[in-house]
Design a protein around this ligand. Structure first.
Ligand SMILES: Cc1cc2nc3c(=O)[nH]c(=O)nc-3n(C[C@H](O)[C@H](O)[C@H](O)COP(=O)(O)O)c2cc1C
Length: 410
């Protein structure tokens, strides 16, 4: 069996799966259940001092859509869209601290960890909540920056959201890091196109890791009723979003080689493996546990383990970041890929019943000539679109260098 253990910001984790801050981590009982089902760490539902966000939780709404945008009930497909609105932990922070002590004791006795997730509307609030978590014996903090920034900060910062402005991110992170001795993970928001820059600001200010990312806010429309589902905008996510998350994981890992917790888009073990190969050390799993049950988690963990064994990887560390390490990074590198051209297998080609390759060639390389599909190697740029859309496996991509050799031999 491959070694699934990882070290993350000084925490020794038995596997790379954490439960994300969400409803499965909103009570002592739910947190214990996550631990019982193999979570290496559980990140608490956000503990905060923003009354509106606490109140919102009492009015939570959850809708599941399919990949056509239709509301669905019952079995949840892999292509689900989770459209939902909820707030932060409904109870006052002081009550939560009592819960934290209990869950921490349970986690420690079962080889797991609790990570306290906090949010505040003021710098003093951030610092105070961070200390409360630390005083409860919790070994790590996650700060949820998907919320308005403390308004007393830098001039002109009002109305900017945390983790959308590197300056505000750095300042708040520095204040929190200074207030505690436990590692601080900054949870970034996808609602920015400067995520890499913002991650750097957090790391420079002392963050031990970044969580990439929380969810987007979306707007989903019920066309039969001509109104938005669940009344208006809501958080939106699902496995479809993983490619975007992994883009940021790849970029941040490649630039800074820092500790990353991947979140946003994990359905099963395959997604988790993709996240690790992109550069995430650990993963946070949220929506899928709400839709498939906490019982789903062992499938994710066991699936990663099986993948490692099947591919003779001795440890999880062996696949950490390998896809990002192999990624072409600059335009020059991308343009130096071996040039290809397409060849048609006339035995397999179904022309004239099928002409999809001709219709999908946007470079004028394929045409109908002499009773069959003909290719113009000089015009073919090797994009592989015809190869991918051919339903009859009748197209082969060949390196242009091979053609040059065969032409020379003729
Ligand atoms: C219903 C729901 C509630 C959430 N509540 C919180 C929260 O309180 N604090 C937080 O930092 N993130 C919260 N999140 C975001 C998750 O922690 C996670 O980052 C996000 O859902 C992406 O992961 P996923 O694709 O596994 O769901 C919530 C997500 C969902 C779906």
């Amino acid at each position: 069996m491959a070694d699934m253990s990882v070290e993350f910001c000084g925490l020794k984790l038995k596997n790379p799966i954490m439960v994300a801050s969400a409803e499965p981590s909103n009570s002592v009982e739910n947190i214990k259940k996550c631990i019982d089902h193999g979570a290496a760490a559980v990140i608490t539902k956000t503990i905060g001092d923003i009354p509106g966000m606490q109140k919102l939780t009492e009015n939570s709404k959850y809708a599941i859509l399919n990949d056509q945008g239709k509301l669905i009930r019952g079995k949840v497909p892999r292509s689900f869209v989770f459209y939902s609105r909820s707030g932060y932990a409904a109870e006052p922070a002081q009550d939560w601290i009592a819960y934290l002590r209990k869950t921490q004791a349970y986690a420690a006795a079962n080889g797991a960890h609790i990570i306290g997730n906090i949010t505040s509307g003021t710098v003093a609030g951030w610092r105070g909540l961070a200390r409360m978590v630390e005083d409860a014996g919790i070994p790590m903090l996650e700060v949820n920056y998907q919320c308005p920034h403390p308004t007393e900060l830098a001039e002109g910062a009002e109305g900017v959201w945390l983790a959308q402005d590197p300056r505000v991110t750095a300042e708040v992170t520095r204040q929190i890091v200074d207030a505690v001795n436990i590692p601080v993970m900054v949870k970034l928001t996808p609602e920015s196109n400067r995520i890499t820059e913002i991650a750097k600001a957090a790391l420079d200010a002392g963050a031990a890791a970044v969580a990439v990312n929380s969810r987007f806010v979306g707007f989903a429309v019920d066309i039969e009723k001509a109104e938005p589902y669940i009344g208006g905008p809501a958080g939106v996510g699902g496995p479809w979003v993983k490619y975007i998350t992994q883009r940021w994981v790849n970029e941040i890992y490649s630039k800074y080689g820092c500790e990353i917790s991947g979140s946003n888009g994990i359905f099963d073990w395959r997604d988790a493996v993709e996240f690790i190969m992109s550069g995430a050390r650990v993963m946070q799993v949220g929506s899928v546990l709400m839709l498939k049950g906490i019982e789903w988690m062992p499938k994710v963990i066991d699936g990663i383990n099986r993948f490692l064994d099947d591919h003779d990887y001795p440890t999880i560390a062996a696949i950490h970041g390998i896809a990002s390490d192999r990624a072409l990074k600059t335009p020059a590198e991308m343009m130096s890929m071996e040039p290809l051209y397409c060849e048609i297998d006339r035995e397999k080609c179904n022309y004239p019943t099928c002409d999809i390759c001709i219709r999908m060639c946007f470079y004028d390389s394929l045409f109908f000539g002499e009773g069959q599909v003909t290719t113009t190697p000089d015009k073919c740029i090797g994009c592989e679109l015809c190869f991918n859309v051919c339903p009859f496996d009748a197209i082969r991509m060949v390196p242009k260098s091979e053609r040059a050799e065969s032409v020379a031999a003729e």
